[in-house]
Design a protein around this ligand. Sequence first.
Ligand code: A2P
Length: 376
Amino acid sequence: MPSLPTTNYKYDYQLVPDDGEHVEKRRANTKKRLLFHFVAVMAVLYAAFSGIRYGARAGWLKGCAGKMRYSTKTQLPSHYTLPSGDKIPSVALGVWQAGKGEVGQAVKVALDAGYRHIDGAWIYRNEEEVGQALKESSVPREEIWLTSKLWNTFHAPEDVEPALDESLAKLGTDYLDLYIIHWPVAFKKGSNNELDEQLTADPYPTWQALEALVDKGKVKNIGVSNFNIPRLANLTANNLKYRPAVNQVELNFWNPQPDLLKWAKEHNLLLEAYSPLGSNKQVKETLERPEIQQIAKDLGITPAQVIISWHVQRGTVVLPKSVTPSRIQENFKVTALPDDAFAKLEAAATAHPPQRVVNPSKNWGLPFDVFEDYPY
Ligand code: A2P
């Protein structure tokens, strides 16, 4: 039978000369112990935190604190991926109705606050000032998502590229991230209210001119705006080289358009929400809605943040307009609403008859309602 080794384990440590090698070993052991304690403490904290979260979800903690009234939350997307593979930021600064002398400052404040998406249009008549602000900013062009829109007067295929070139020159850039047909309404060449019935009924020739801009590299993505489902179906029934990547439409508490949103999701078409707060005409009424006020109070955020977050949670890009620095900063801070708060807001928004803020059909003297009637 082999004899057992006689090493004195108890005092082994003390008997060994304290040379560098053993100092290192001791240090390593101490590190191991510290690491073990750290892992143990983290595990206890994690278990406690999970318990609290589970309790909150299960409703055990209901009523303990305002912020715990709601259950699960989903994560809000910071970007959406378009068919081109490009990633479009989910929150933009909208510059419709941002006047000259204030829009440039608004763009600068927005970029400083972290916005990387500016939604403009030729017809807003402020592209030069937006361009100047972009030029003066230290944010590189390639980090900013720039959208502009083709005005109704320029739907004739040969007018599309010159119209884009004018926007590019004003914005001080040689490409757009997104170029959109502003309205499904074509005016005759040079006119600002005479309907071109043919190009209005069939926008495919205009669309082909936009597709050519993608091939030239002047525009990365193309889309439409203010198209209803029959108009979208009419355009996409053609053999398109590039399908519309977005449809920018009015979406807010008063006009939430759940059917269009459902259709768009089923057809891989991203909606962009303009007038998301109800525009200047109805922003006050929106923010004062009791459901919105209550959610804001419970979550410790502002009513505008509730609405803007709701839009992103619905899966749309949101384009709040503001020229007020504190509001621009406020509007960028979106947060996922707990599922039941989201459902409550969705139910409230869809419970009343839809009410549009924006409809220029009468002003333009159209013989149809651009949102209701089709064909035209
Ligand atoms: P302002 O530009 O003077 O700051 P929408 O985005 O629906 O078109 O709404 C724009 C209107 O809402 C503008 O009148 C804008 O005013 C106002 N607005 C934008 N953000 C906020 C906010 N966080 N709180 C209150 N009003 C806001």
